[in-house]
Structure formats: structure tokens, C-alpha cells
Design a protein around this ligand. Structure first.
Ligand SMILES: *[C@@H]1O[C@H](CO)[C@@H](O)[C@H](O)[C@H]1NC(C)=O
Ligand SMILES: *[C@@H]1O[C@H](CO)[C@@H](O)[C@H](O)[C@H]1NC(C)=O
Ligand SMILES: *[C@@H]1O[C@H](CO)[C@@H](O)[C@H](O)[C@H]1NC(C)=O
Ligand SMILES: *[C@@H]1O[C@H](CO)[C@@H](O)[C@H](O)[C@H]1NC(C)=O
Ligand SMILES: *[C@@H]1O[C@H](CO)[C@@H](O)[C@H](O)[C@H]1NC(C)=O
Ligand SMILES: CC(=O)N[C@H]1CO[C@H](CO)[C@@H](O)[C@@H]1O
Ligand SMILES: [Zn+2]
Length: 928
């Protein structure tokens, strides 16, 4: 699955949108994180503060017994939904169906245990296939706890090596809950569609719903005549049939390859499509007519080609853009589902960053066709294998089709830098969890986080670089070959990579190296003494010194004056690997490693000021981001870090600017409610003036800089200039927006700049601008345009408008459910909206907790928390609610608490210094 981690160019926050499964029934048990503190390999987060309400007791076992192994399913599903509503028809939201699962018994048993959730099972029949006779069912129990077990007690024993089948008939509801088989709507049309990952296939039909229970699936969909039904396989026939006095269309699909249940997908719609017989892209008819699927259709084949280190195994590859979709996209084998913004691009309406996002998500999902679909993790604790690979490999796919974008450089900004923050908290967790620690659906859901995606990608990238990409790919080829249609644990991957390493007669011990990265949380900061060459490592924590005795096996790319770049390794606490020779040394070239580098304090200043001029933008940026970030954890002082931004006034490169801005963003969040902000804005005005002018002609004449990264830096120039009150910028934004409001055709807003210009104009404007944008939002037919407006509406400074906008997030007719969390987070991001967003979340908690992705919501509304009062409010919130109620948000609340504590401390220690520094720098502005 691709999360909606959309590092948008107009807003440096990441919104992760995940499935919210509405947990039916009573949750009777909650998993306990053990608070063990094993020195070298902690498997659980360290002890939370005692204010965190952890339940006690042993973890229940919620795994299938494994005594019955499914081989194939025959599934019939009939959504009764009208896809096109006639005025007189009452909509029907039920689906009915039946399924026969053929399975083998590997251990005698008198009960069949499988999964079923939120559906009525109306018939059950068990057959002994070897004897050809029916086995009597004594009783069936559907558990109301998070196990979702359907237990079928039998009259006689199923015997080892026997073959059996289980028939079930069932009824369920097509809700707008974005999970399982669900209903989505647009204008007058309706769609029946699905999202199974991680554990909602059981909501569609009773099944052995664990990733290792692979089987083949033969599917028939019965749907309203004239509508289009899609599933994982190729369509092998459609017929019209009379069922209960009505005419229905029956579509039959080719039996799938052996696959996991979470990869199934079904859609019924009146969508149109473009493409070839084998690769089709589906979307709303208007979107297809407007050409919005063309870009996606044009790149899919090429991306698929890039990944063919093994052949593509399904008979078709359909992609479909859905108006309501909880994640960013889902890699269902042969039928990939997307949010509209992740698939539909309209020339002249969508921006360059929309295009990049679409290419990236498609590449991510297609990478999954091998990593995840063909070869699947045995259990969710190794989810990072799926998601880390898809994330890492998507950069290669995009680089192949759009080589001028230099997309591979962006992994550092988009993934590594982002996850560095979470992973420097004491409440972080290791990449690999223990199998037993992941049991319930909510345990599984919480694993879809930035550690899994971005740290997963980062350590694989580091490994590929260490082993050499050629050796790495060679190992992967063997691995995919060996485990096709089956499941793996991470050790299997290390074993096959080791084989490739041995063939190459290298001496790297893959498992030994990787265990230090996957089984320990966090990452090291590497300190280099540039005088004597001593190198040491230390667990990097933002808020405290580490109690763990962690050691990593660190491959470091080093560049020494006058020598070629080479990889050195550090596998102990300290080591001398750079000899003293008075020459400069730089470590972690291209940020290939998942660690930070620090140089000894005495030399740092003169050392870097000497080296900086000979470096490219790329290295400049890593230098900025490391320094500012290191200052947050007190590895270096804050003025030294701020000083690294001083030469930006003369810089027009994207990567240094972007990484400086992302780091300065922390200063904005911490200080935009205090007296530091005035001098800080003055300083930023001074720094950005040149950049703004550099792009001014492009901006005024709606033309586009040629370089991909320059297009992004133009957006930076405008958003920094306007939000720090440079008058020309604000006048420009207002003028362009006014032209739009009054329908003037001159000076149209270029798509790349829309989000920023809309936001700035709405911030500077009042009700008129807001209402105009809201009207445009309601009527927009392009998803990317709608998203830009949805963001911009959060920029107003009028509290009453922000309050109205917050209320809209509770009304799916105004703001779709999938967009509610990110909209609230946008509002909280606005300094005028911070307090009201947090109040709103608390006031509406009872409603919100059932429909929204709580982890991301909590993360979004607490970003700015940095006062004792806010910390108390967080604690109060924890005490006011039951454990059961918070269990999906517990990790996020824990991280929010720790982050708030760190912020309070940091602000106390640095505020005065930062204030003086900015004052001093802005005074110089006046003197100039
Ligand atoms: C539904 O009703 C509207 C207004 O009453 C009418 O314009 C439209 O043609 C009707 N549609 C159908 C399919 O009957
Ligand atoms: C809707 O109404 C039209 C015209 O009355 C009819 O042809 C069509 O079959 C109806 N559709 C459904 C789904 O009932
Ligand atoms: C399953 O449902 C379909 C459609 O209602 C029906 O035709 C079929 O007979 C059912 N299968 C069994 C075994 O009852
Ligand atoms: C399941 O059965 C209950 C009780 O008969 C009924 O109220 C409910 O509507 C049924 N649900 C579905 C989805 O058919
Ligand atoms: C770096 O090495 C020099 C020379 O051995 C030593 O004097 C200095 O204290 C070291 N710096 C640090 C921070 O350990
Ligand atoms: C930050 C912190 O440590 N908060 C609280 C943790 O719990 C203890 C009591 O066990 C409190 O004294 C701390 O204030
Ligand atoms: Zn994914």
C-alpha cells in the first residue's frame, strides 16, 4: 500500500492516511507491549511514562491454528447497489454471496477456525472430498473480539492429509467506511469497491485471512446490467441471467495465481478506461474524457519494464482511480486501486509535483507486484520487507521513465530526513517486530508507519550501496525465483543476498550487518575527530542520552582530499580509520548511510567554511540538515546551526534551500507564537529576496523554469517571500487571485503555483476569497485541483472561517472521509488554527474516533506543542479516555508526549539565543 505520505511542495508536512477499520463488536483484549529492556536488541519501545495507560496481562493468541491449509476458493459476490440511480429507485446497500474454500488438513481437528467480520453467515456446509460425503456441523461461533474468528464445531474429526471443502453463504453491507467491500459515490454515480489490506478480506467473505495462507481464487461478480465489474484476473465471460425476477449481469474471472487474501480486489462501476487489452486505466467517465488518465497509462508499461528482474505474472494489469480511498493506493494483484490524486493528471491543471507523485505511487505499487504479491512476508511483523522495498525501488522506476527529474536525490529529503525525526525519539521502535508482538488488526494497522516505509527503504538503499547494486540485484533475483508464490521472513532475504555476496567473493556478513539496523531502534550519530582520525558511534536521541548499549555495523562512504570515494566500515564503538594527514575528510557522501555525522567541535567551524565552497548543492544540503538537526539534540550549538543558513541569500539551488526550509520549519513551529517570530521573519525576508527575484519573471509571466528542481524552488521562493510579508510577493498573489475571481484571462496562475498562490491570497483576504475558493472546490472536476483548494482554504487567518471549515470535516458531503484528517492537520498547521483544531478534536472525539485515522490526527494537531500547559492537556486527554478507546492512537500519543517534552526543553534552552541571533541578523538587514 502507498500511504498518502505526500510531501507536498507547498507544505512541508507529511500526511499519512491509513485505513481506519471500524472494529465491530466488543474489543475484549488489548495487546501489551512488553517493557523489556534487553540491552542490544530491544523488541518493544522502552518503558513509557507511568501516565501512559498500558493494560497489563499476557497477549492473547489471535493467530489461526495452522491445522488447515486453504488451496483454492470459488467466490460469488453480488453487490445489490445501483451504480446509476434513477430518481424512483431506493438505493440498496447490501451485498450477498457465497464461497467455497477447498483445503487440506495437516493435523486432526474437530473445529474449523477461519476469519469473518461484520457480516451474517447464513449457511455453512462442510464436505469430505475424499469420501464425497457431508460432515455435520454442530455449532458455529463468531467471536466478537479482535480475533474475528469464525469457529465451526464439527460432528466428526477432520483427519491429517484429508481434503475438505467449506461452503458459506453470507450477507454484508456496503458502507462508506473505506474498508472491505464498500461503497463510494460521486455526483449521481455509485461504485462498489474494496480495500482488504491488512485484515478486511474477512469482512467480504469468510476466509483464512493471513498473508501466508495463499490460495488461488476463482471469482464471479453479479452486478447491475451495463456496469463494469473488475477483479484480480482477466474476464473470461459475461452473461445476463435472471435472478429472483431481476436481470443481472454475471462476470466471470480467470482463476488467479496463488496469492494472499489481502491482495484481492473487486470493483463495480460505470467507469470508462483507456489502454491496451492487458493494461487498462479506469476512472470516472468525465475524467477519462478530459484525458486525465493519459499520463498514468503512458508510463505504466515503461515502469513495469524497469522492474522485470522477474516476469510479470498476472494476465492483466488494471489500474483504477477511486473517488473515496483511504490509503494513497493499493497494490492488489492485477487490479491496483488509487486515490484520484495518485493516478489522474490533467495537463494545464495539475502541477509538476502532482505528476511526480503519480509516477512515484504507480512505481511503488508496481514494485509490489513482485515485492509483496509474488513473494509475500510470512506475517505482518515483516511488513517492512514489502513496504521498504516498494518505497526504495519506486525511485528507480521513476528515474527510469523521467531521468531529468533526478528523483533519486529526493529520497533523502522525502524519506530519510523525515523518518530521522521519528526514529530519534525514545518512543521509536525497531524495524523488525517479533512475530508474537503483532496479533490484532490494530497492531497490524499501526505498523504502516514511516519506520516501516522510509527507514525500510533507507536501510535497503544503504545495503545495496554497501554490497554494490549489481550484487544486490543478483541476490534479489535469486530470492524472487526461490520464493515465488510463497512467503518469507527477513532472514530468507539475507540468506539469498549472502549467496550473491559469496559468489562475488566479498566478505560482508549480510545478516550480521543488517541485524544491527533492523533489530535495534534508532540510528547512530558518527563522530569524526578530524585531527587524529578517531571515529565513534553513539545512539542518537533527541531528548536524552541513550540507556542502550547499541552498536551498529556502519558502512561509511568517505571522501578524502585528493582520494577517490571509498567505503569504510565501523563496527565497534570506536575505531581509527582516518589517518591524521591534515587533509579534509567528508563522510556519508550522498547520504547513503542511515546515520548522522558529526565532526569534532574545535575544528568544525573553520573546517567547514573552507570545504563548503568546493562542494555541490547536494553536499551543501546534507551539511545544513545535519547541523540544524544535530543542534536539536544538543550535539552542536544552535547558533552554529543557524549560521549554516547564512549563505542561502546567494543560493538558488533547490536541495540546499529545501533542506534548510524543512529544518527551519521546526523553528517556525516553536516560535511563531512568540516574540522570536518578528526578527526571524525579518531574517528570512533578507535571505529569500534574491531567490524571489531570481524567479520573478517566471512567476509574473506564468512560464516555467526548465529544471525540475528549479520548478520546486520557485514555489519555495514564493511561499517563503509571501509568508514572511515581502510586499511584492503578496501583491502578486492578490493580483493573480483577483484576476481569477473576476474571470480575467490575463496572467493565469500556473498549475505549479496554484496551491501557494491560493493559500497566500486566502491568507491575505477575507470571506469573499474564502467563499470563492470553496465554490471552486465544490465544483472542481480534477482531483489535484480540489486538493490544492482544500489545502488553501486552511490558510485563512479568520478564526470563524477556520471553525466553519473544521465543522465541514464531519460532513462527508462537504469533505470526504478520506480527507478529514489531512484537512484538520492543515488547519492545525496554520498558527491561527492550532488551538481551535485541538479543541475541535477533543470536543468531537466520540464521533472522530470511529471514522478517522487517529494516529495521524494526533500527530497533526500536536506538532506545535511546546508549552507546559499543552503537555498537561495531553496528559489530561490520556487520563480522560479509556484504554480501549485510545488503542489505535496510543503510539501517536506517546510520541506526541515525548515530542512535546523535548520541545519544551529545547525552547527553554534556546529561545533567548535564537532571539538574539535573529535580532542581530535582522538589524544588519536594516543597516544594509
Ligand atoms: C430525475 O429527476 C430530475 C428532476 O426531477 C430530472 O431532471 C431527471 O431527468 C430525472 N432522471 C431520471 C433518470 O429519471
Ligand atoms: C434508469 O432509468 C432508465 C430510463 O428510465 C432505464 O433505461 C435504466 O434501465 C434505469 N436504470 C436502472 C439501474 O434501473
Ligand atoms: C452461490 O450464489 C449464486 C448466486 O446467487 C448461485 O447461483 C449459486 O448457486 C450459489 N452457490 C451455491 C453452491 O449455492
Ligand atoms: C444480519 O442479521 C441481523 C439480524 O437478523 C440483521 O439485523 C442485519 O441487518 C443483518 N445484516 C446484514 C448485513 O444483512
Ligand atoms: C581529537 O584528537 C585530538 C588529537 O589527538 C585531541 O587533542 C582532541 O581532544 C580530539 N577531540 C575530541 C573531541 O575528542
Ligand atoms: C516527563 C515525566 O517524567 N513525566 C512524569 C512521568 O511519571 C512520573 C510519575 O511516575 C511523574 O513524576 C513525571 O512528572
Ligand atoms: Zn506499499
Amino acid at each position: 500500500m502507498a500511504t498518502g505520505v505526500y510531501i507536498s511542495k507547498f507544505l512541508a508536512i507529511a500526511i499519512v492516511v491509513l485505513t481506519v477499520s471500524s472494529i465491530g463488536g466488543i474489543i475484549t483484549m488489548i495487546i501489551v507491549y512488553e517493557n523489556e529492556r534487553i540491552k542490544t536488541q530491544p523488541t518493544a519501545p522502552p518503558t513509557p511514562n507511568s501516565t501512559t495507560p498500558y493494560p497489563t496481562g499476557p497477549p492473547p493468541n489471535m493467530r489461526l491454528p495452522g491445522n488447515l491449509i486453504p488451496e483454492s476458493y470459488d467466490i460469488v459476490l453480488q453487490p445489490h447497489l445501483y451504480i446509476v440511480m434513477n430518481n424512483t429507485t431506493n438505493q440498496s446497500l447490501i451485498f450477498t454471496g457465497n464461497s467455497t474454500v477447498y483445503f487440506r488438513c495437516v493435523e486432526n481437528t474437530k473445529t474449523i477456525v477461519l476469519h469473518s467480520k461484520e457480516q451474517n453467515v447464513t449457511a455453512v456446509k462442510v464436505t469430505d472430498l475424499d469420501k464425497g460425503k457431508i460432515i455435520k456441523v454442530d455449532n458455529t461461533i463468531l467471536y466478537s473480539n479482535e480475533s474475528n474468528f469464525l469457529e465451526i464445531g464439527l460432528d466428526s474429526v477432520l483427519v491429517k492429509d484429508g481434503n475438505y471443502s467449506l461452503f458459506t453463504a453470507f450477507e454484508g453491507e456496503l458502507l462508506d467506511d473505506l474498508a472491505g467491500f464498500y461503497m463510494s459515490s460521486y455526483k449521481k454515480g455509485f461504485i462498489a469497491t474494496s480495500q482488504m489490506q491488512p485484515t478486511d478480506a474477512r469482512k467480504v467473505f469468510p476466509c483464512f485471512d493471513e498473508p501466508a495462507m495463499k490460495a488461488t481464487f476463482r471469482v464471479s461478480l453479479i452486478h447491475r446490467p451495463g456496469t463494469t465489474a473488475l477483479a484480480n484476473g482477466k474476464i473470461i465471460g459475461t452473461t445476463l441471467e435472471d435472478i429472483d425476477g431481476e436481470t443481472w449481469e454475471v462476470t466471470r474471472f480467470q482463476t488467479t495465481k496463488k496469492m494472499s487474501t489481502y491482495l484481492l480486489a473487486f470493483t463495480v462501476s460505470d467507469f470508462d478506461s483507456i489502454g491496451s487489452t492487458h493494461e487498462r486505466t479506469y476512472a470516472r467517465p468525465e475524467a477519462i474524457k478530459a484525458g486525465q488518465a493519459k499520463y498514468a497509462a503512458s508510463i505504466t508499461g515503461n515502469i513495469l519494464g524497469t522492474f522485470s528482474i522477474a516476469a510479470y505474472f498476472m494476465s492483466t494489469l488494471d489500474q483504477i482511480a477511486l473517488p473515496d480511498f483511504s490509503a494513497g493506493a493499493m497494490e492488489n494483484w492485477g487490479l491496483v486501486t488509487y486515490r484520484e490524486t495518485a493516478l489522474l493528471y490533467e495537463e494545464g491543471v495539475s502541477s509538476t509535483s502532482n505528476k511526480e507523485w503519480i509516477a512515484t505511487v504507480i512505481a511503488h505499487e508496481l514494485a509490489h507486484q513482485w515485492f509483496g504479491n509474488l513473494v509475500t512476508m510470512k506475517w505482518w511483523n515483516d511488513l517492512w520487507l514489502n513496504e521498504g522495498f516498494a518505497t526504495y525501488i519506486s525511485y528507480m522506476g521513476v528515474d527510469h521513465i523521467e531521468p531529468t527529474w533526478n528523483i533519486k536525490d529526493l529520497i533523502v529529503l522525502n524519506d530519510i530526513q523525515t523518518v530521522f525525526q521519528v526514529d530519534s525519539l525514545a518512543s521509536s521502535h525497531p524495524l523488525s517486530s517479533k512475530e508474537d508482538d503483532v496479533q490484532t488488526s490494530s497492531d497490524i494497522t499501526q505498523l504502516f508507519d514511516s519506520i516501516t516505509y522510509s527507514k525500510g527503504a533507507a536501510v535497503l538503499r544503504m545495503l545495496a550501496d554497501y554490497l554494490d547494486e549489481r550484487v544486490f540485484l543478483n541476490g534479489l533475483r535469486k530470492y524472487l525465483q526461490a520464493f515465488q508464490y510463497s512467503n518469507t521472513v527477513h532472514k530468507d532475504l539475507w540468506e539469498y543476498l549472502q549467496e550473491a555476496v559469496d559468489e562475488d567473493s566479498s566478505h560482508i556478513k549480510v545478516a550480521e550487518v543488517m541485524d544491527t539496523w533492523t533489530k535495534q531502534m534508532g540510528y547512530p550519530v558518527i563522530t569524526i575527530n578530524t585531527t587524529n582520525g578517531a571515529v565513534s558511534q553513539q545512539h542518537f536521541l533527541q531528548n536524552q542520552t541513550s540507556d542502550y548499549d547499541f552498536e551498529w555495523h556502519v558502512p561509511i562512504r568517505v571522501m578524502k582530499e585528493g582520494e577517490p570515494i571509498k567505503i569504510a566500515t565501523l563496527d565497534k564503538k570506536g575505531q581509527d580509520f582516518l589517518s591524521e594527514d591534515g587533509k579534509w575528510v567528508l563522510a556519508n557522501i550522498n547520504c547513503m548511510g542511515y546515520f548522522r555525522v558529526n565532526y569534532d567541535p574545535t575544528l568544525r567551524k573553520s573546517y567547514f567554511l573552507g570545504v563548503i565552497n568546493i562542494l555541490f548543492g547536494w553536499l551543501r544540503s546534507s551539511y545544513i540538515m545535519y547541523f540544524i538537526y544535530l543542534s536539536r539534540a544538543k550535539h552542536i550549538n544552535v547558533t552554529l546551526a543557524l549560521r549554516t543558513t547564512k549563505y542561502l541569500w546567494n543560493d538558488t539551488e533547490y536541495i540546499p534551500w529545501e533542506s534548510a526550509l524543512r529544518n527551519l520549519d521546526y523553528f517556525i513551529l516553536m516560535f511563531d507564537r512568540s516574540e522570536v517570530y518578528g526578527p526571524m521573519q525579518a531574517y528570512l525576508r533578507k535571505q529569500v529576496g534574491g531567490l524571489y527575484q531570481h524567479f520573478e519573471n517566471f512567476t509574473m509571466f506564468s512560464t516555467v523554469p526548465e529544471k525540475h528542481s528549479a520548478q520546486y524552488n520557485q514555489i519555495n521562493a514564493i511561499s517563503v517571500a509571501c509568508s514572511n510579508d515581502i510586499p511584492e510577493c503578496q501583491e502578486m498573489a492578490k493580483m493573480l487571485f483577483d484576476n481569477w475571481m473576476t474571470n480575467k484571462t490575463s496572467n493565469r496562475i500556473h498549475p505549479n503555483l496554484k496551491a501557494t498562490i491560493y493559500c497566500q491570497a486566502i491568507a491575505a483576504g477575507g470571506e469573499k476569497e474564502w467563499e470563492f475558493a470553496w465554490g471552486k472546490f465544490e465544483n472542481a472536476t480534477t482531483a489535484t485541483e480540489k486538493d490544492k483548494l482544500r489545502y488553501a482554504l486552511s490558510c485563512t487567518r479568520k478564526i470563524w472561517l477556520l471553525n466553519r471549515y473544521l465543522e465541514y470535516t464531519l460532513n462527508p458531503e462537504k469533505i470526504r472521509k478520506m480527507d478529514a484528517v489531512s484537512t484538520i492537520s492543515y488547519i492545525a498547521r496554520n498558527v491561527a488554527g492550532q488551538a481551535i483544531a485541538w479543541n475541535f478534536v477533543r470536543a468531537n472525539w466520540n464521533y472522530i474516533k470511529g471514522i478517522m485515522s487517529l494516529g495521524n490526527l494526533i500527530d497533526g494537531v500536536t506538532q506545535r506543542f511546546s508549552t507546559d500547559f499543552e503537555l498537561e492537556e495531553l496528559w489530561q486527554f490520556l487520563t480522560d479516555h479509556d484504554v480501549e478507546e485510545l488503542h489505535l492512537a496510543i503510539r501517536a500519543l506517546e510520541q506526541a508526549t515525548e515530542r512535546t517534552e523535548a520541545n519544551i526543553k529545547w525552547v527553554k534552552e534556546n529561545k533567548q539565543t535564537v532571539l538574539e541571533w535573529f535580532k542581530n541578523e535582522s538589524r544588519q538587514e536594516q543597516l544594509n
